[in-house]
Design a protein. Structure first.
Length: 160
């Protein structure tokens, strides 16, 4: 009878607290940017700490790196960024920011968006972030990465 009671308590604990429901477990796999205009279009996190990041350039450049959780919901990402990717990224961000600035000059704001898009691009670093710490929030099939230093937030969807 005691064995059945313990088994029941074990099942109840699993139901209440979940099994493998920590960000460390849930982040594993491929994630795609919710917004196709994002500079970083996708991430692929492996169990062994290896990862890739896909950029929003014409070639969909992939940069390799590694990550580790430094606490329950914060990852430290370190990317191996070749010089040509750094140069390409710098140019891409500069071009996006220039388009936003030019549009603001001619229209006073971005049509239908106010300054939301322009403010978002201000948060994107001018140089490729070879190392950064991001807060991780995962709800169902949505991953939110937040750079608390810059205030930049990116939403991603789990790839099917």
């Amino acid at each position: 009878m005691r064995a059945i009671g313990r088994l029941g308590m074990g099942c109840l604990c699993l139901l209440l607290f979940g099994c493998g429901s920590k960000p460390k477990d849930l982040i594993i796999g491929k994630w795609n940017a919710a917004d196709e205009k994002e500079v970083f279009q996708g991430y692929d996190f492996n169990k062994d700490g290896a990862m890739t990041m896909t950029l929003n350039d014409k070639d969909k450049t992939v940069v390799s790196g590694k990550y580790k959780f430094i606490d329950q919901d914060t990852i430290d990402m370190e990317m191996q960024v070749p010089d040509e990717v750094k140069t390409m990224y710098r140019g891409m961000v500069k071009m996006h920011k220039q388009i936003i600035d030019d549009t603001r000059k001619f229209t006073g704001a971005l049509p239908g968006m106010g300054d939301v898009m322009g403010d978002m691009f201000k948060l994107i670093p001018d140089e490729f972030p070879a190392r950064q710490q991001l807060k991780v929030t995962i709800k169902e099939d949505e991953l939110t990465l937040t750079d608390q230093k810059r205030g930049y937030v990116q939403k991603l969807k789990k790839a099917k």
